[in-house]
Design a protein. Sequence first.
Length: 91
Amino acid sequence: ICVALIVMLFFWVKEPEMRPLGAYDTEELIPVLDYLDQQKINYKLDGNTVSVESSEYNSIKLGMVRSGVNQATEAGDDILLQDMGFGVSQR
């Protein structure tokens, strides 16, 4: 049992930490996967959610923006992009 736990721990530590790149509709997912394949980037697909290695996340996002690949906004970004109306008086 101890040897099995050591082997499992070894594989768990060896696996890179993955970060969600975004959740995409089917028509948005195809160009994103094509881009990742062309750039030879390792990714994990879980339903319509694409995850990439967290160490490469920022460079992948930048590369996608530069190449014009559609990107899904994350739920956290939506809150920041909304006009909250601070400083605006009601009429």
